[in-house]
Design a protein. Structure first.
Lengths: 108, 339
């Protein structure tokens, strides 16, 4: 299910203003070693844009069966997106900062 | 004439000192200091709220060597309050005098940790407390034997009834009691705290310069952040060795290979030697490692770890600052153990 794209901030603005048809998008920022949201609800096929607004690197990942992915080392200012398909609840975390937790609920 | 020249020289010196002092104040703003002052209340899980009975019971268990197979090792053997809740050794020593793979971490301010052990393999303090007891390398007492041994001591039966009236003596309640005690191990006010609160004379100018570097150019505070001076996170900082640390638990994630939990810097000058393996003997050696941008250059090396152009004065200022984080904590009175 992994579809990983590293986006420039300009590209994110483009996506934010004109999301692709049929696929929702939620931006989750990483700031002060926290996710900007603790929970996100998606429909299958929606994407989350993980944006590093922090001054340190992050490494977002999930090992929840069916939702496994890893956005490798993400430098300050970088963004990357991940598509969530299927149904269930994924626990997303930062591998470096364990206090960063995000629950992602995915519905058909 | 000579006297006048002397006067002007003195006046120039005074002006220079005033400018220096002003530069220091500018370099270290009250906002920066404030970021290190906010102490959160002691974190307590819903299922194990602190009570005096629980803390007292936990203290008994913590200091009781009968919690080891040999009967000679207690939690306090390695987490010795007289050694800043560590053991002062490069590597821990376990059952049968076996040398362990990592240095004993301090228990200071452990109440606020997110994950436990150097590699974060325990998710709660309650779980962590049982790990070294059951580990064949450490206290080597299987948990069923632990329960039987504790439950056979009349004094403990009474103490458990008072502390956990609705629960039986079990590994879970033993872990909970030890955790309740460990949450009381909290560093007190250090000279740095008095300075952060506005007492200018509480620390030296060298320490102030050291803090400006720590929180500025040297970027130490990227990871050693907040009043505990830790982000509770896992980083490869370039300590040589084969121990993959957090990477053993998350083998698929490159960034946490050779990564270990950021330790608190509170009372750090009482806890030499340093690093997860005790490989750096002094604070000066630790700063040298960071100045080099780590001694081991691996793909997992944290991007924050880059070589630093630190002068001898800078290094000495950083050490001066680190020493201001030590508080004069109250001595711990040893309990009389139940028989």
């Amino acid at each position: 299910m992994t579809l990983l794209r590293v986006l420039t901030p300009a590209a994110i603005l483009l996506f934010a203003s004109a999301p692709p048809a049929g696929a929702g998008e939620v931006v989750v920022a990483q700031k002060d070693k926290s996710f900007s949201r603790s929970e996100v609800s998606l429909r299958s096929g929606d994407r989350i844009v993980f944006r590093n607004d922090d001054s340190v690197v992050h490494n977002v990942y999930s090992v929840t069966p069916g939702f496994e992915f890893e956005i490798k080392t993400q430098l300050p200012g970088q963004s990357a997106d991940e598509r969530f398909s299927g149904q269930g609840e994924a626990e997303v975390r930062c591998a470096i900062h364990p206090q960063m937790k995000l629950k992602v609920k995915v519905e058909k | 004439m000579r006297r006048a020249a002397g006067f002007f020289a003195l006046a120039a010196l005074a002006a220079a000192s005033a400018a220096q002092a002003e530069a220091l104040l500018t370099a270290v703003s009250p906002v920066q200091r404030e970021a290190y002052r906010l102490r959160a209340p002691v974190a307590q899980p819903e299922h194990n709220r602190s009570t005096p009975e629980r803390v007292e019971l936990g203290k008994l268990l913590f200091f009781d060597p009968r919690l080891s197979r040999s009967g000679v090792t207690s939690c306090a053997t390695c987490h010795n309050p007289a050694l800043a809740w560590g053991d002062g050794l490069a590597l821990g020593v376990g059952d049968g005098m076996k040398t362990l793979g990592r240095r004993t971490p301090t228990l200071l301010n452990v109440a606020w940790s997110e994950l436990f052990f150097w590699d974060g393999r325990a998710a709660s303090l309650e779980e962590q407390a049982l790990g070294p007891i059951a580990s064949p390398d450490e206290m080597n007492l299987p948990l069923d034997q632990l329960t039987a041994r504790v439950a056979a001591i009349p004094g403990y039966q009474q103490a458990f009834r008072s502390a956990y009236p609705d629960e039986t003596i079990s590994p879970q309640t033993i872990g909970k009691a030890i955790a309740a005690f460990e949450r009381t191990i909290v560093s007190q006010t250090a000279p740095f705290d008095r300075w952060a609160a506005g007492e200018e004379g509480a620390i030296s100018d060298a320490a102030k310069r050291g803090f400006a570097l720590f929180d500025g150019e040297a970027q130490c505070s990227k990871c050693h952040s907040g009043w505990r001076f830790t982000d509770d996170a896992f980083h490869d900082i370039g300590v040589p060795g084969e121990d993959r640390g957090r990477g053993k638990l998350l083998p698929q994630i490159g960034a946490v290979q050779f990564a270990f939990k950021t330790p608190t810097l509170r009372n750090v000058d009482r806890r030499a030697p340093y690093m997860h393996d005790g490989s750096e003997a002094t604070l000066e050696a630790v700063i040298e490692l960071y100045a080099l941008g780590g001694r081991a250059k691996r793909p997992s090396l944290a991007p924050e770890i880059t070589p630093l152009a630190l002068s001898a004065q800078d290094k000495s200022d950083l050490v001066a600052f680190l020493k201001t984080l030590t508080s004069d904590d109250a001595l711990v009175a040893l309990p009389a153990l139940p028989r």
